[in-house]
Design a binder for this molecule. Structure first.
Ligand code: NAG
Ligand code: NAG
Ligand code: NAG
Length: 391
């Protein structure tokens, strides 16, 4: 170690030639290490930049990537009735514990439209094979679809570490924040929760007109169709104060009206050009981080923690979708027989938001959902129903 010490003391005049060589080699090593370090830093900055600009899915570092690099084989199996025309990209998530939901939802979309639909299904890594097997045994095998893997680590630091919250976090519910990364080349797209059934032609929803400067269109919670199903006694779950803590400085500063009507982010149409232009994804992430630090969401919130950042970012900056394209609360207690059969028939899209899912034990209107459900060929998933249990 003597040599090493000497080298660090460098700059002395009298040195033997061998010591000089050692010193040169050590300096060379230091320089190389420094260069390597700079290269690494530079690369990380570059990929961070790409990521923020969300320009290129290929370079998204471990966030979202096509699950199966050869999914194009699936594309090559052309449907018998080729669907032409402009593509309608649909983003939907597939969670293992409710995989029947996405299959029923996709089936209803596909069979009620002749449009050129492309499903972009976001999953976690243990689900893709199961889903592919399931789809391959149905008419949906003809449909165009891509499967993406969501990497939950993108949410690190953005969700409160409170163990109770952490346990309830369903990473896939945040996939909608990352729309432009899932489908970077699409200008317009539809997002659907998995607990919906579509009865109209999805083209109609896709054709929703978005006003200039608006990155998305939602259905407001106070429109006539949706307020029909609002559950009494659920607090203020249809205005902003039900989701955000208006006593917190960060929220006060936004000067939003606490009684503003909320919208339901389970169904929306997005202009992804505008989304990228306004950096909607980074804005949403920033609000998640602020909640970790400042606890800005309402304590009484019954709904998903994905909603508050969307409410802030899209406050008075969103267009509306036709209320019949988002008839909701079918999964709420007491929604019971609130809707008449005629109304349900006329609805273009039904949403079982709430605790009582149509594949669950005691939900309303599950007979409508059953019409679109396709049983799991692997036998892993089955709807839980009281009548089947009673047998
Ligand atoms: C993905 O797969 C790996 C190995 O099979 C597993 O360790 C990991 O927990 C999985 N991740 C998710 C999000 O399911
Ligand atoms: C999306 O937004 C961009 C930028 O504001 C606009 O030029 C474009 O016409 C919009 N596209 C659609 C389909 O609304
Ligand atoms: C969006 O981000 C880019 C680069 O990160 C920045 O130059 C631009 O000003 C941001 N735009 C908005 C509207 O915040």
């Amino acid at each position: 170690m003597k040599n090493g010490i000497r080298v660090q003391g460098g700059g002395r005049k009298a040195c033997s030639p061998s010591k000089m060589t050692v010193r040169r080699v050590n300096i060379l090593i230091l320089v190389l290490i420094a260069i390597a370090f700079l290269i690494i830093v530079h690369r990380n900055l570059l990929s961070l930049n790409d990521f923020l600009r969300s320009k290129n899915t290929d370079t998204l570092p471990g966030v979202l990537h096509p699950f199966d690099p050869d999914f194009s084989i699936e594309f090559a199996r052309k449907p018998e009735v080729a669907r032409t025309g402009d593509e309608i990209p649909i983003v939907i998530t597939a969670a293992e514990d409710r995989l029947g939901a996405v299959v029923a939802a996709m089936n209803s979309v596909y069979r009620n439209s002749k449009s050129n639909i492309v499903f972009n299904i976001v999953t976690l890594n243990d689900t893709a094979d199961h889903l592919k097997t399931w789809l391959s045994k149905t008419q949906l095998s003809e449909a165009k679809y891509n499967i993406f893997q969501f990497e939950p680590k993108i949410l690190n630091g953005k969700i409160s570490k409170d163990p109770q919250t952490a346990e309830n976090v369903k990473p896939l519910t945040f996939a909608r924040y990352y729309m432009p990364m899932i489908i970077p080349d699409a200008e317009k797209a539809v997002y659907l929760d998995d607990d919906v059934i579509v009865q109209g032609d999805i083209q109609e929803l896709f054709d929703t007109n978005l006003k200039a400067g608006h990155a998305a269109a939602f259905s407001d919670d106070c429109d006539s169709a949706s307020s029909k199903g609002i559950v009494r006694g659920a607090g203020n779950q249809n205005n902003y104060i039900g989701f955000l803590d208006f006593k917190k400085e960060a929220i006060k500063k936004l000067s939003m009206r606490a009684n503003t009507c909320t919208f339901n982010p389970g169904v929306f149409v997005a202009n992804l050009t505008e989304w990228k232009h306004q950096n909607i994804t980074s804005q949403l992430e920033r609000w998640m981080e602020r909640n970790v630090d400042e606890d800005i969401y309402s304590r009484n919130m019954a709904d998903s923690i994905t909603t508050p950042p969307l409410l802030i970012v899209f406050y008075k900056r969103h267009s509306s979708i036709d209320p019949m394209w988002h008839v909701r609360h079918l999964g709420s207690t007491g929604a019971g027989n609130r809707y008449s059969p005629q109304f349900l028939k006329a609805a273009k899209l039904l949403h079982w938001n709430g605790h009582y899912k149509p594949w669950g034990r005691s939900s309303s209107y599950s007979e409508i959902w059953d019409k679109w459900y396709i049983p799991d060929p692997t036998g892993k998933f089955h709807p839980v129903r009281r009548h089947t249990e009673d047998k």
